[in-house]
Structures are given as structure tokens and as C-alpha cells.
Design a protein around this ligand. Structure first.
Ligand code: 3NM
Length: 219
């Protein structure tokens, strides 16, 4: 499928370990708040496995489809194919982009997590459809990696990276607009919505901030 980069504007990610809420309710709330993409990332202590994981992925996929929200699966091309996701997202430690592309062909979009310019260049050359860039700010959700700061996004653009860039790591309604102004196509976030007291409100705030930072772009 062809990726419209506008669909990456407000990219919510979560799995059951990231939230106290019912996952179906949470995704519906976030969609009402205006998110444009969702990634199923069932990772960490207490994460579902096997049939339970597959069943939840199917239910969330159906919700996303009903509302025209892009649906990605983290780190599992087979599951992504099984539930007919729009795409699969892979990290630097996961299978190579080339191998994943061989497996999924053009059925699925491929997103790749990157921290450095070199990784971004490699992802672009290998045929990724978008890159995640981060962690932009300090984050508890994926500890251990020093943040690269919002200027990193501008550096990627200055270096000629043309792929859609989704900024991730410590994104909040307060900082999303500024990150977008550095040249990102979207912001991706877990805690800001999955752990919010009012997820719909949080999703709305972060989406509006991202829109404000997108501004009138050429092309
Ligand atoms: N990937 P929060 S940072 C899943 O830098 C993930 O590639 C990152 O969670 C990267 O919005 C991150 O709670 C965690 O900070 C994002």
C-alpha cells in the first residue's frame, strides 16, 4: 500500500502492560480524540502471548479498520500478516529490513526505529516506508537510551532523509508542536495517552499540537 504521510501525524502505541485501561476502550477513546495511526506493541512484564495476543490484535485491528486509522504491529511480521495490518514496525535488533520486505512484499508498510543518521540512511536505502526517530526526550517506557533531542529531526532532514519521520520518546501535548516544527511528519507516544487520566482528552491535545506544528508545508 502507498503511505500518505499525513496518516502518521498522531501515532499512538500501546500494549496491555502500558495501561490500566481496557485496551479496546482505550483505543476507541484515542480514536475519538483524533489519532491517525495505532501500533500494537504487546511487550514487557505481563504481556499477552499466543492465542490471547492474537485475539486482542484482531479485536484492535477491527476497531482501527472501522475508523480508518492505520494499524501497525510491532516487531512481528507474521502477526501483522495474520491480522491484515497496514504495516509492521521493526527495531534495530529485529530482523533486517530486507528480510522483512522479502516476507511481506508490498502487502505491508515497514517502519523502522532509528536513533542515528546512519541508521536512518540505511533504513531509507533498504526500502523502509517511514522511520521512527528517537528517543527525542527522556522516557521511562524505553529506558537506557540517551535522548537525541528535537534538533535530531532537523539534522535528518538537512542530511537529505526524505522518508516520513515519526518522532518518538517522551512526546507530550506540551512538546509535540515544537518537535513537528523541526521537520517531523508525526509524533508517536505511549504514556502521554495510555497513562493519562483522560485518554481522549490527551489524544486530542497531542493531535492538535502535532497539527499546529505541521503548519502549511510545501509539497
Ligand atoms: N521507541 P513514551 S522510545 C517504543 O526511541 C519507543 O525508538 C522509542 O514511549 C525509540 O511515549 C519508545 O511513553 C517509548 O515515551 C515511547
Amino acid at each position: 500500500m502507498v503511505l500518505d504521510r499525513k496518516a502518521l501525524l498522531s501515532y499512538f502505541i500501546f500494549g496491555t502492560p502500558d495501561t490500566k485501561y481496557d485496551p479496546i476502550w482505550l483505543l476507541e477513546q484515542a480514536i475519538e480524540g483524533g489519532i491517525t495511526a495505532y501500533q500494537f506493541r504487546e511487550k514487557g512484564p505481563g504481556a499477552l502471548t499466543g492465542e490471547e495476543r492474537l485475539a486482542l490484535a484482531r479485536r484492535l485491528r477491527a476497531v482501527a479498520r472501522r475508523h480508518g486509522v492505520l494499524f501497525f504491529v510491532d516487531d512481528d511480521p507474521d502477526l501483522a500478516l495474520e491480522v491484515e495490518a497496514d504495516g509492521v514496525h521493526i527495531g534495530q535488533e529485529d530482523e533486517s529490513i530486507e528480510r522483512v520486505r522479502q516476507r511481506v512484499g508490498t502487502k505491508l508498510l515497514i517502519g523502522v526505529s532509528t536513533t542515528t543518521l546512519e541508521q536512518a540512511k540505511r533504513a531509507e536505502a533498504a526500502g523502509a516506508d517511514y522511520i521512527g526517530a528517537g528517543p527525542i526526550f527522556p522516557t521511562q517506557t524505553k529506558p537506557g537510551k540517551p535522548p537525541v533531542g528535537p534538533e535530531h529531526v532537523a539534522r535528518l532532514r538537512e542530511a537529505g532523509i526524505a522518508l516520513p519521520i515519526v518522532a518518538i520518546g517522551g512526546i507530550t501535548p506540551e512538546n509535540a508542536e515544537g518537535v513537528m516544527r523541526h521537520g517531523a511528519d508525526g509524533v508517536a507516544y505511549i504514556s502521554a495517552v495510555a497513562r493519562a487520566d483522560e485518554p481522549k482528552k490527551a489524544a486530542r491535545a497531542i493531535t492538535r499540537a502535532a497539527e499546529a506544528g505541521l503548519g502549511p508545508r510545501g509539497g
